[in-house]
Every structure is written in C-alpha cells, then in structure tokens.
Design a protein around this ligand. Structure first.
Ligand code: FPP
Length: 263
C-alpha cells in the first residue's frame, strides 16, 4: 500500500484526498486542464536512506525508480513538459564520494534509459552548466543527448549543475554580449527577450512545482520561471514518491484558481 500524504501546500487549498485509491484519483483528473509543465524538486533521498540505516547514496539509487515512475505517469497522462532538479550548483559541497556517485548514477541512468525513453516519445535535455561536469560525464552525456524521438510527446529536462541565480547571471552576460555586438537594441529588452537567453528558452514556465521531503523552499530552482507557478509540497521522501502522489498534486493544482497577480 502506498502512503498517502496529507497535502499541506496551503491552508485554503488543503485537499481531502486521504484514503482515495490510485484509480479514483486518476479518474478524478480533468484531462483538459492538466498542468502543461510540471517541475520537481526531488528531495529527501539522504533522509530516506538514513532512516533505513543505509548509506545516503542508496537513497539516490532508490530515487531513480521514483523518477522512472513519474516520467511514465506524466507521459501517460499527457503532461507535455517535466523538469527535475537532479544536481544543484551547491551540491558540489557534498562529500566527494557522494558527488562522484551521483555523477556516475546520472550518466549511467541517462545512457541506460534513454533508448526506451526516446522510443516512447520522450525528448531529453539538460539545463545547467555542463562545462563544469567531469569530462567523461560531459562527453558521454553529450553523445547520449543526440538521440531524439521522432515526435516529442514529453519534454524531460534534467537540471544538472543548475542554479537559478547562475542561470540569470549567465543570461544577462549573453544578452549584454549581444547588445555590445549590436545584435540587440536596449529598447528591445523585455521579459520575453530576456527569457530567450535562459536555459529554458522555448519552454513554457512551470504551472506546478512539486517538492518532496517536506521543506518549504525553492532552493535556487528556476527562479525566473517560477514567478506564477503553483507549489505543492509533500513530506514524502523522493524515493517513496509514486503515481498516486503525482495524481494528488495535479488534483490539488486543478482545484486552485490561478490569478497571475490579477484579482
Ligand atoms: C536530493 O536529496 C536529491 C539529489 C541531490 C539527487 C537527485 C538524484 C536522483 C533522484 C537520481 C536520479 C536522477 C536522474 C536525473 C537520473 P538529498 O540528498 O538532498 O536528501 P536529504 O535532503 O534527505 O539529505
């Protein structure tokens, strides 16, 4: 049986879904009002492992299963874009052994899973500064990323060595470069123009952000893009995240009234 968490994303939006089964939740989702873009802060791997007296890295390994299930569920539902936070610019501060394990895991998972993903219409991209990744990881990832689906049904972005502030600073630098080169006029710089210099250029902003592990923080994730996203936070640790939790998050999202700053 899956643990069904209490949704505590906000008091007024609290949804009484406890006890409902996976099938019932799935049936309750309005397919016409799906979030187009779901972003996930996959947190709690370390705590999941520690609770089981396992090394932290076992939490990351177990997290791959949760990601596989989430990608499949998003594809089957018809969510168009999924972005996951796999490694932040701050994660380099972790013990060397954990960083090395994560790098190898990311590389192996991408290489092993990509052919099946591509066959199923999943297009993978990496957002973040790949230049700082170890050369062998960067080279093998770059090679794997050349594999594209014939028709993209789900765009999966993996944030790798990603930081929201670093992304904005990089966009400013690239834009300034184009201004100096005479390619962009100052008066043409607006939000849309700026967005086109971000890693996520061409992608719609996330409609729904899911954070597992219970912390109420954005943690330098997609700072520009999350301006009007709906947040859904669950105490469930990432390795325990299942379809049922995704369905709960989407149902909660569908009960909200998005106002984008208007009344
Ligand atoms: C946060 O948990 C999780 C990460 C830093 C890594 C996420 C990576 C995976 C789920 C591996 C698979 C991903 C891909 C894209 C193949 P934490 O270690 O911060 O947990 P804690 O808060 O309990 O310490």
């Amino acid at each position: 049986m899956h643990k069904t968490p209490v949704s505590f994303s906000s008091g007024v939006d609290r949804v009484q879904l406890n006890g409902a089964g996976e099938e019932q939740l799935l049936a309750a989702i309005d397919r016409q009002r799906l979030p187009v873009h779901v972003a996930i802060i996959m947190d709690g791997n370390g705590r999941w492992a520690t609770r089981r007296s396992l090394p932290r890295v076992e939490g990351h390994r177990a997290g791959v299963g949760a990601l596989r299930e989430t990608v499949e569920a998003c594809g089957q539902l018809g969510v168009r874009y999924l972005t996951v936070y796999a490694f932040s610019t701050e994660n380099w501060e972790r013990p060397e052994q954990e960083v090395g394990f994560l790098m190898d895991l990311l590389m192996t998972v991408v290489e092993q899973e990509l052919p099946r993903l591509v066959d199923n219409g999943v297009g993978l991209r990496v957002i973040g500064d790949m230049s700082r990744l170890p050369a062998r990881v960067r080279e093998r990832l770059t090679e794997a990323l050349k594999m594209r689906p014939r028709e993209e049904k789900l765009g999966l972005s993996v944030a790798l060595n990603y930081g929201g502030r670093a992304e904005i600073a990089r966009a400013a630098r690239l834009l300034a470069h184009d201004v100096v080169a005479g390619k962009v006029r100052l008066e043409d710089i607006d939000e849309a123009a700026f967005s086109s210099y971000l890693y996520t250029a061409g992608l719609p902003d996330p409609d729904l952000v899911i954070r597992t592990g219970g912390e109420h923080r954005i943690s330098n994730f997609l700072l520009w893009q999350l301006a009007y996203s709906e947040l859904w936070i669950t105490p469930v640790y990432w390795p325990d995240f299942r379809r049922v939790h995704l369905y709960e998050a989407i149902l909660d999202y569908q009960r909200r009234q998005r106002r984008f700053g208007r009344i």
